[in-house]
Design a protein around this ligand. Structure first.
Ligand code: F6P
Length: 357
């Protein structure tokens, strides 16, 4: 009998179900005696023993379905070692539930924080396999995370839609793109959507340069400008602040996000209102793209193979285009950021895109 637990933790994305299906099909095709337990709503399910036994029909018809059939929640890594409001030791509780169900392994799908907790459980002696999920694409050690390509499509659609209205009204528009502390999604959606200016957390911007770029377009007879701005974009001045000072500044800010502050500043200088569009959580919704479906099926299959071989403690990743097992201890806690000198950034600049630097 093979007993496997699964959980999805952190922000959801379009391809979580596709990835779980990949693992489940990879196992059920090769093992007769199989039980898969889905822990409900992320690590919370594992901590409090909330789970359901999943049957093969649960994994049918979900390749194209966004969200997660077992729910998700945020359970910050830094709070894992802090007892809950009733004094429960969360790590011990997770271990007990794992042993109570006599699990052979846990398949944990999630982003950076989730991965850190998965690695902690590995250090605690549990068998874990991690599958790298996030629309942010910021997991170190994998070329790409699942969810990223699907989110690019949605963010690109948003920029495409803004293009026509911006052109009709001769307006400057900001489209604020998700991505947490990194700029991958903004960079790719910005390029795909033909943004004129792309602002990323990794390349602090100078507002004067941004204005110069807009004015250059106006002089060239282009009445509108599209800015793709990462939710974590930061000005050169703000980048000089300590993390603590910047956090305080954001807390006190009257603006709902960095884009609104930038829009106000640009509007004042340009003498015209600048509009902001925030596609927000739509970027995590809907059906996964074919790319993500294929990626998740491959990651899931390799995850199943690792389980069948009893080879645990890995993130199943895409490394130089190949699906590989990457030791969790080598990657947990590291962030993959956009390199300001990357070829793709240089190519974008060559085509006239301003990064405000
Ligand atoms: O990590 C995925 C992500 O969508 C980030 O891009 C974003 O900053 C964050 O999650 C939003 O989190 P929440 O869903 O908790 O608002």
């Amino acid at each position: 009998m093979l007993r496997v637990g699964m959980l999805t933790s952190g922000g959801d994305c379009q391809a979580l179900n596709a990835a779980m299906r990949g693992v489940a099909k990879g196992l059920s095709t090769n093992v007769e005696d199989l039980e898969i337990y889905g822990f409900l709503n992320g690590y919370k399910g594992l901590i409090y023993g909330n789970y359901k036994l999943l049957s093969s029909s649960d994994f049918s018809g979900i390749l194209t379905k966004g969200g997660t059939i077992i729910g998700s929640s945020r359970q910050p890594f830094k709070e894992m070692r802090t007892p809950d409001e009733n004094g429960l030791d969360k790590v011990e509780a997770m271990k007990q539930n794992y042993y109570k169900l006599n699990l052979d392994c846990l398949v944990i799908l999630g982003g950076n924080g989730t991965q850190k907790s998965a690695n902690m459980l590995r250090e605690e002696g549990l068998n874990v396999i991690h599958l790298p999920k996030t629309i942010d694409n910021d997991i170190y050690g994998t070329d790409v995370t699942f969810g990223f390509q699907s989110a690019i499509n949605i963010a690109t659609d948003a920029i495409d839609c803004i293009h026509t209205t911006a052109a009709s009204h001769n307006r400057v528009f900001i489209v604020e793109v998700m991505g947490h502390k990194v700029g991958w999604l903004t960079l790719y959606a910005g390029l795909a959507g033909g943004a004129d200016i792309i602002l990323l957390p990794e390349i602090p911007y100078d507002i004067k340069k941004v204005i110069e770029a807009i004015e250059k377009r106006t002089k060239a007879g282009k009445g509108f400008t599209i800015l793709a701005v990462a939710e974590g974009a930061i000005s050169k001045d703000d980048a000089k602040l300590s993390k603590k000072e910047y956090k305080k500044k954001l807390e006190k800010s009257p603006y709902p996000s960095v884009s609104y502050e930038l829009a106000k500043k640009l509007g004042d200088k340009l003498g015209n209102e600048v509009r902001v569009t925030v596609p927000g959580h739509t970027q995590r919704g809907g059906s996964p793209t074919p790319y993500d479906r294929v990626l998740c099926t491959r990651l899931g299959a390799e995850g199943a193979k690792a389980i069948l071989e009893k080879d645990f403690g890995y993130m199943i990743a895409m490394v130089n285009g190949e699906i590989r097992r990457v030791p969790l201890e080598n990657v947990a806690g590291k962030l993959k950021m956009v390199d300001p000198n990357a070829q793709i950034v240089k190519e974008a600049k060559l085509t006239g895109i301003s990064f405000g630097d």
